[in-house]
Design a protein around this ligand. Structure first.
Ligand code: 5PA
Length: 340
């Protein structure tokens, strides 16, 4: 199996163009010097849909299926300020479909929720603790819309199904081609993981294209066991979809490459260490991380370098998966922590 096989397989799936083109890989010169590694950033925060981010890649395939199968509405779920929900609504509107966002939390008109409102997404907010609990509400809404003659597609939390995971197989291909041009081989790829689709796609893609590169996935405070089994199942389903018979990845490998310890008290908890880090990165390199996903993952990356788990002089690629809206969701907490 090789890059040609993967490209051919991916081309068999319906897909819509939602990205501007390949996102840049940039060398983070100042942080590299500071850490003693060669740090590159894959700027997937610059995908170009709404505020950008990893969901654009998954949605190219998910919405491709929606268009091909003539769905007229998409329903998806997440936290009130879900990056995925905003990206999905933006993609749906652009393609002339309706979007129903099933969200959890307390309504507040800012951040991504504010962006959802600007594009007239149909938002329904529920008071439950986890996004998985929103599934029943999505199913109810699906039935409600079907009785009105609509054809709704339910997209799981984070777009993390096997169709969505194809987006990160495609990202692995894109990265691989960019690295060839840069004449560069990576020792590590690091990114945030939450609903598991990004992790499943990159893990599988890299296993096929560049098996010696280690893929480190930093948890952002979600329950570990659930994440591990979701990722593993997704890898299996995605392999099946791609017609790959041989089991390429063992559960143990998923376990080893899923890194805990940087959740800082749980999903969505905003802490001083991460906010300081966002400031450090923005001042040194001129781009912004978010406090829920990429800030925690990047904190993990730096800590792994400090602990020499990632050795000095390694070539490391951090996938910036977006999440800019999170800065505006937590503007008050962040200004308090940074004292301005
Ligand atoms: C998210 C997730 P996965 O969900 O594919 O594991 O990606 C993790 C991730 N970075 C990384 C950012 C900026 C993210 O938003 N976001 C979710 C959302 O609802 O937005 C799925 C949780």
């Amino acid at each position: 199996m090789n890059i040609q096989y993967l490209k051919k397989k991916l081309s068999e799936f319906p897909r819509v163009k939602l990205m501007w083109g390949p996102t840049p890989i940039v060398y983070a010169e100042n942080i590299s010097k500071d850490l003693g590694i060669n740090l590159y950033i894959k700027r997937d925060d610059l995908t170009g849909l709404a505020l950008g981010g990893n969901k654009t890649r998954k949605l190219e395939f998910i919405m491709g299926k929606a268009v091909e199968q003539k769905y007229d509405t998409v329903i998806t779920a997440g936290a009130l300020h879900s990056n995925h929900a905003l990206q999905t609504a933006a993609a749906a509107k652009k393609l002339g479909m309706d979007a129903v966002l099933v969200l959890r939390g307390k309504e507040e008109n800012k951040g991504n929720y504010f962006m959802d409102k600007i594009i007239d997404a149909d938002t329904r907010v529920f008071n439950v603790k986890t996004s998985k609990e929103l599934r029943v509400f999505m199913d109810d809404i699906k039935r409600e819309l079907a009785t009105k003659g609509k054809k709704p597609l339910v997209i799981p939390v984070g777009g993390s199904d096997s169709v969505g995971a194809l987006g990160y197989i495609n990202a692995a291909i894109e990265i691989n081609e960019q690295l060839k041009e840069l004449n560069l081989e990576l020792d590590y790829v690091v990114s945030a993981t939450s609903s598991g689709g990004t992790q499943a796609g990159t893990t599988l893609g890299y296993k096929i294209l560049a098996p010696s590169t280690k893929i480190l996935n930093i948890g952002v405070g979600d329950p570990r066991e659930e994440l591990l089994s979701d990722v593993y199942n997704l890898i299996e389903e995605t392999q099946d979809m791609l017609g790959i018979q041989e089991r390429l990845i063992e559960k143990k490998e998923v376990d080893l490459n899923t890194i805990d310890g940087y959740g800082f008290g749980g999903y969505g908890t905003i802490v001083r260490e991460v906010v300081d880090l966002i400031r450090y990165v923005a001042k040194l390199e001129g781009f912004y991380l978010d406090p829920v996903y990429t800030g925690k993952a990047f904190y993990g990356l730096m800590d792994l370098v400090r602990k020499k788990v990632i050795p000095q002089d390694s070539n490391v690629l951090f996938i910036h998966t977006g999440g800019l809206g999170g800065l505006f969701q937590y503007d008050d907490v962040i200004s308090e922590l940074l004292k301005f």
